[in-house]
Write a protein that binds this ligand. Structure first.
Ligand code: ZN
Length: 136
């Protein structure tokens, strides 16, 4: 059965190959479904100065928001790893800036067995003002 999120999951999967990860060797792909209905993709982009590394999720979110999207409806994250490609703490915080607490987060590993969460499950009691500013 297909649904409207199949294209999102496939876009995340196809983004894995764009990862630049000479240090961790871990390749992650992400895709966001933005408010316009357009999908934006991202991959992890590492740096010799490790702190400058940008995760796949934030790459995709920043691409969308810098193209005048208003919010992110859903995100899919996957990678060529055995475990599920759960977002790190920084990415969860960035997601809470542009996604409602009930937004959907799809996560899988290399077997592409997708788990589905709401953002509030991954970042409970979050520090954000999304509900206050989404009407801006
Ligand atoms: Zn991250």
């Amino acid at each position: 059965m297909t649904d409207k999120y199949d294209a999102l999951k496939l876009a995340a999967q196809n983004s894995i190959d764009n990862a630049y990860s000479p240090y961790s060797k871990i390749k992650i792909g992400a895709a966001v479904l933005a408010s316009s209905g357009k999908i934006y993709t991202g991959a992890n982009i590492e740096n010799a100065s490790y702190g400058a590394t940008i995760c796949a999720e934030r790459t995709a979110i920043v691409k969308a928001m810098s193209e005048n999207e208003k919010y992110i409806e859903a995100i899919a994250i996957t990678g060529d790893i055995n475990d599920y490609a759960f977002p790190c703490g920084i990415c969860r915080q960035v997601m809470s800036e542009f996604m409602s607490k009930d937004s959907i987060v799809f996560v899988s590993g290399k077997d592409r067995e997708w788990k589905t969460f709401k953002l509030k499950e991954l970042l409970p009691n979050s520090f954000d003002f999304y509900d206050d500013i989404k009407g801006r």
